[in-house]
Design a protein around this ligand. Structure first.
Ligand SMILES: Cc1cc2nc3c(=O)[nH]c(=O)nc-3n(C[C@H](O)[C@H](O)[C@H](O)COP(=O)(O)OP(=O)(O)OC[C@H]3O[C@@H](n4cnc5c(N)ncnc54)[C@H](O)[C@@H]3O)c2cc1C
Length: 445
């Protein structure tokens, strides 16, 4: 029997989900507010519009982004196939003719008799109809308000103010050391210590660095948010009395009297993921351009060769507190038939949005057919992303894109793999694709 299902938002995640469900024989209502209402970033009336860059990132399956595309393609993505058809030359990455792409997506949606497009603003979640909500980083306010009512005031965010995240394996522990302030609790923080000269060098890079521009629609969100560059503009010592304060932090490898400050300033890093591969710079939210951030981070003692998996950003970004709200199957803990997908779940990026749109649709199809829903292993990059956004013990949940730091460690010899990054990525990729092919078989049974 054909079942009615709703998909809210004909963006990247919503279009992918609607097409998948239609192809599985369901009657889909695709509710999209454009062109009646605008988001501030979309410029056309087309579905699946890329709001900024026309690049979907690397196609190399030895990169996390390339692997994600390959996994989603195996699982049945329509949008990645269209993207390949609409690609423009750009070396080892997938860049596309943006309007060629969304016109093609529209053509496919229009060709499906069982997709009904409704151009309205969806304002209140109707739990009597199985629904995938994929309204993206610029979801309309009325729906945002209703999500807060349904899932809790604290479980909804309007912007990212993210501190950079680095891979622990790239930190130089000859300089950095483990400690907690005044030895309280276990020594969970990684500390990067500065002398006066190093701090002054860091400060000079910071105050001369260029900032990224905010869009007009974003400015409203950032009152009351204090990026490090704003703190630094208030005086050379402001950071030393704020997030870089050195008091109570001692490197026990150095003989000293543990009452005085051992260092002039300290940057602390806190565990960011379940596997403890990733660490974020505490209190370092920033809106500096990425090249400037790299220069600044690599001027921190111990982070000279830091591999930065996530730069700091400050931008408008509506996202739910997925660790509290969602299951690993992307439906909500509160309502089994209500799913979220796309950037609204706290994944970040075009490919991540398409892939979670597909995965929510796979599970929605299974829900409608009363089959067990699929949970992905974190040996796959899509599984690792979902694992990250649903991990309940984040100190402060912030969105994430695909990166190697979130995937499960390999069982092979760590020392050997540390030297051979290429081999490491080959093994990760092989393991992930084998797992995804097994999942594909289950889906087809
Ligand atoms: C300004 C900006 C620039 C970005 N640049 C990049 C980039 O260069 N590269 C990258 O990888 N990622 C980028 N992103 C992040 C992200 O990948 C994209 O926003 C992506 O489009 C998200 O996909 P989505 O399907 O979740 O949401 P969207 O593609 O935004 O789709 C959501 C859809 O829902 C509709 N909608 C919203 N509210 C309602 C409602 N209440 N009722 C009905 N319809 C509604 C919207 O009109 C929209 O069509 C950017 C984000 C922003 C905001």
């Amino acid at each position: 029997m054909t079942k009615k299902v709703r998909v809210i938002g004909a963006g990247l995640a919503g279009s992918e989900a609607a097409i998948y469900l239609a192809e599985k024989g369901h009657k889909v209502e695709l509710i999209e507010m454009r062109p009646k209402y605008k988001t501030g970033a979309h410029t056309s009336d087309y579905p699946a519009e890329l709001v900024c860059s026309n690049s979907l990132g690397s196609i190399d399956i030895l990169s996390a982004s390339g692997l994600l595309k390959q996994e989603a393609t195996i699982l049945g993505s329509t949008l990645f196939n269209i993207a390949k058809k609409c690609s423009v030359p750009s070396g080892n990455s997938l860049s596309i003719d943006r309007f060629g792409f969304c016109k093609e997506v529209k053509k496919i949606i229009d060709s499906k008799e069982n997709i009904k497009i409704i151009n309205e603003k969806y304002e209140k979640i109707d739990t009597s109809v199985p629904t995938i909500i994929a309204t993206g980083p610029l979801s309309a306010n009325e729906l945002a308000k209703n999500i807060k009512e349904e899932f809790g005031e604290d479980n909804f965010h309007f912007f990212d103010a993210i501190a950079p995240i680095v891979e622990k394996s790239s930190i130089n522990f000859d300089k950095a050391f483990w400690a907690s302030r005044w030895d309280k609790g276990s020594a969970d923080f990684i500390n990067c210590p500065f002398d006066k000269e190093q701090y002054e060098n860091f400060y000079n890079i910071l105050i001369n660095a260029q900032k990224a521009e905010l869009h007009d629609f974003e400015a409203q969100y950032f009152e009351g948010c204090m990026p490090i560059e704003v703190m630094a503009s208030r005086g050379i010592d402001t950071l030393r009395f704020g997030p870089m304060k050195p008091v109570g932090l001692f490197d026990k490898r150095i003989k000293t009297e543990f009452k005085k400050n051992q260092f002039y300033a300290v940057v602390q890093l806190r565990q960011d993921d379940k596997l403890a591969n990733l660490y974020n710079l505490v209190g370092f939210q920033t809106n500096l351009k990425w090249g400037e951030q790299k220069k600044l981070i690599q001027s921190i003692p111990g982070l000279e060769n830091a591999s930065i998996v996530r730069y700091g950003v400050m931008h408008a970004n509506t996202f739910i507190n997925s660790p509290k709200i969602l299951n690993k199957t992307l439906n909500t803990k509160k309502y089994e038939n209500i799913f979220f997908a796309g950037q609204l779940t706290g994944v970040e990026g075009y490919c991540e949005s398409i892939s979670t749109g597909l995965f929510a649709a796979i599970n929605m199809d299974r829900y409608l057919k009363q089959k067990d829903m699929i949970k992905l292993d974190n040996t796959t990059i899509l599984g690792a992303l979902i694992d990250y956004i649903t991990f309940e013990n984040h100190k402060k949940f912030q969105p994430i894109n695909s990166n190697w730091g979130i995937i499960k460690e390999l069982d092979e010899d760590k020392k050997k793999l540390k030297k051979d990054k290429n081999l490491k990525n080959q093994l990760r990729s092989k393991r992930a694709l084998e797992e995804i092919k097994k999942i594909k078989q289950i889906i087809e049974e």
